[in-house]
Design a protein around this ligand. Structure first.
Ligand code: C5P
Length: 215
């Protein structure tokens, strides 16, 4: 049985960094499930779709291959915004479900466990995950981090634009009917608003240790 760590939370909460570090620490495989929704969104955008055509969005999701997941355009804000729109479509979620479940159950390269990060890993994709973390931070702290990241990459974008986009994405992810962003009852809450990476990682490791005890 694969050991699964589910890491959920809103955009720019630090969940991706934590999940990657946990995977490296335990020697587990890592899956950024947001990149699957981003890849579906990017394929849809490039096909000229607009997010209201469910059939086109499902076709885009079904067509995802390894090249899509390595595309630098996945990280663009337009892709992220479209990702949160296609992610609200249940048929798109269904199309990506088996891939995520299989990754968790049988991690690649025979690794003994998997860390998946996303919005619904602890609630829907892996409700039986041994460890569940729910990573949050104030929206202004998240907007500041995302703004720094974007300007660090040489992109010219106003802080207010980043904040507005994050708030819109939070609202869509939390209010949607299909697998909304929600904390699982048994998830450990980690608020990274005032934590640096090291402190957040220590808190995550502590949570893992308490849940993995006796394995
Ligand atoms: O995490 P990231 O910002 O890359 O995710 C992009 C979008 O994909 C999110 O805004 C969210 O709507 C969607 N998503 C999701 N379920 C997941 C992972 C991401 O709905 N497990």
């Amino acid at each position: 049985m694969s050991m699964v760590i589910a890491v959920d939370g809103p955009t720019a909460s630090g969940k991706g960094t934590l999940a990657r570090r946990l995977a490296a620490h335990f020697g587990f495989a890592y899956l950024d499930t947001g990149s699957l929704y981003r890849a579906a969104a990017l394929r849809l955008l490039r096909a000229g779709g607009d997010g209201s055509d469910v059939a086109a969005a499902v076709t885009a999701a079904q067509g995802i291959g390894p090249d899509d997941l390595a595309d630098p355009a996945l990280r663009e804000e337009a892709t992220g915004n479209m990702a949160s729109r296609v992610a609200a479509l249940q048929p798109v979620r269904d199309a990506l479900f088996a891939l995520q479940r299989d990754f968790a159950a049988c991690p690649p390269a025979g690794l003994p466990g998997a860390v998946l990060d996303g919005r619904d890993i602890g609630t829907v994709v892996c409700p039986d995950a041994r460890v569940k973390l729910f990573v949050i931070a104030d929206v202004t702290a998240r907007a500041r981090r995302r703004h720094l990241e974007l300007t660090g990459q040489g992109r010219e974008v106003a802080y207010e634009t980043v904040l507005r986009d994050l708030e819109a994405r939070d609202a869509r992810d939390s209010a949607r009917a299909s697998a909304p962003l929600a904390r699982a009852d048994d998830a450990v809450l980690i608020d990274t608003t005032k934590l640096d990476i090291e402190a957040a990682f220590s808190a995550a490791l502590e949570a893992c240790a308490s849940r993995m005890d006796g394995s």
